[in-house]
Design a protein around this ligand. Structure first.
Ligand SMILES: NC(=O)c1ccc[n+]([C@@H]2O[C@H](COP(=O)([O-])OP(=O)(O)OC[C@H]3O[C@@H](n4cnc5c(N)ncnc54)[C@H](OP(=O)(O)O)[C@@H]3O)[C@@H](O)[C@H]2O)c1
Length: 379
């Protein structure tokens, strides 16, 4: 999956502890940019001087602002000369809204650059070649899996040309997303709900289907996360049946209503609309994602409900699953996931659990689909 840069030495093996520590710190710094750098990646950078002491740190804080390397070089000043730069992503090679980082590192007298992941963006890649040409020792691959995971949204969007999708749900231990009477507030604890606001703040957009829109009248804005950028709130509403008083239409955050191409929207003034063709009466998942990508959306938090989540899974459009499991049982009521086109046990979508943590009384499980290889397909 990951593309390695042929001009850089592979640094993943036998990395000295100091290199690993510095790169891990760079990954931590990169995460501070989640939610504010889109459509750019999150990037962290640590600079050590010639003796190996950390003299500079930085991260890409917001789209259009200086890149991580530039921030780190500024804090390092002359101490960068003869030192090492640890960067979570291959330093860029192009002049966009800011100058090329490969050039900035060379001009600062950096002797060695270690980066975790190669840049898959054709416009920006080639940084390693430039560094080499400037006589800088260059290596790639150190903590690449951790750095990839931290940048999953951006890497997925560049590689696939569509936003990265996290499906988030809340369920009881027996997998119910609502009770038999349809009531679903609140399955999980206040702590879990606060955690969901953090997930929203890290996403470019939050999405719900028409069923959830009508049943819950959700607000979907971020509350209680200091300095958070509000995500775009999106609802699929095929026939534009939404009431003008719906909470999602307030001005707490931007909102996009996705409707069928022939929907009558005359009652919706001042609401941003995305009109898409219908397939069997439904908005196509791929059309939707393509439209969102064109609009600059690089990460989507899909908040349900079960029908829409099933359509996304059937379309191969779920990159990460985050489930909040409450220690409660319902025994009846809708399942967290409706039909996803899976007919038998061999068709089960297998996941790798990447994290399991307690959130208050609940359990938060994060998982990613197991990559499909010829071997896994056979069984
Ligand atoms: N526990 C949880 O995590 C959680 C999260 C969210 C919701 N819920 C609960 O789930 C229930 C609602 O879920 P739901 O399954 O009925 O509805 P849903 O998944 O929220 O929305 C499905 C609706 O979205 C619209 N839609 C448009 N294009 C679609 C497509 N390609 N695929 C699927 N849907 C498409 C259709 O409505 P239109 O034709 O009207 O556009 C469709 O009926 C509520 O009770 C809510 O409380 C639970």
């Amino acid at each position: 999956m990951r593309q390695e840069d042929p001009v850089a030495t592979h640094a993943a093996h036998a990395a000295p502890d100091a290199d690993t520590r510095a790169m891990r710190r760079a990954i931590e710094l990169a995460a501070r940019g989640l939610g504010s750098t889109s459509p750019n990646p999150v990037v962290g950078c640590v600079i050590t001087d010639a003796s190996g002491a950390i003299v500079g740190e930085g991260w890409h804080e917001r789209a259009g602002g200086p890149h991580a390397e530039v921030h780190a070089l500024r804090t390092a000043g002359p101490a960068a000369r003869g030192g090492t730069a640890y960067v979570t992503l291959e330093p860029c090679n192009h002049t966009g809204r800011t100058g090329p980082c490969a050039r900035a590192l060379a001009d600062a007298g950096i002797a060695r650059v270690i980066y975790a992941v190669s840049d898959p963006n054709p416009q920006a890649s080639g940084g390693a070649t430039t560094l080499r040409a400037a006589g800088i020792e260059t290596a790639s691959g150190l903590l690449a899996d951790e750095a990839e995971a931290g940048n999953a949204a951006w890497l997925t969007s560049v590689r696939l040309g569509r936003p990265h999708v996290t499906w988030k749900y809340a369920a009881t231990l027996d997998g119910r997303s609502a009770a038999a009477d349809g009531s679903s507030r609140w399955i999980t604890s206040a702590e879990s709900r606060a955690d969901v606001h953090r997930l929203r703040a890290e996403s470019d957009a939050v999405l719900v289907g028409g069923g959830t829109l009508r049943a819950d009248d959700p607000h979907l804005a971020v509350r209680g996360v200091e300095g958070a950028a509000q995500p775009l709130r999106i609802a699929l509403d095929t026939r534009a049946a939404i009431l003008p008083t719906a909470r999602i239409l307030d001005d707490a955050a931007p909102t996009l209503l996705v409707v069928g191409e022939d929907a009558d929207t005359r009652h919706l003034t001042g609401v941003e609309l995305l009109r898409l063709p219908l397939h069997d009466g439904r908005i196509g998942v791929q059309d939707l994602l393509a439209g969102l990508f064109l609009r600059g959306v690089r990460s989507v938090l899909l908040e349900g409900g079960p029908t829409l989540a099933g359509a996304f899974l059937e379309g191969g459009a779920v990159d990460r699953v985050t489930g909040y499991l409450a220690p409660a049982l319902l025994g009846a009521g809708p399942a967290a996931l409706a039909d996803a086109g899976i007919k038998n046990i061999s068709g089960a979508l297998r996941l790798d659990i990447t994290e399991a943590v307690r959130i208050g009384p609940d359990l938060r499980i994060t998982a990613v689909p197991v990559p499909v290889t010829p071997a896994t397909k056979e069984h």
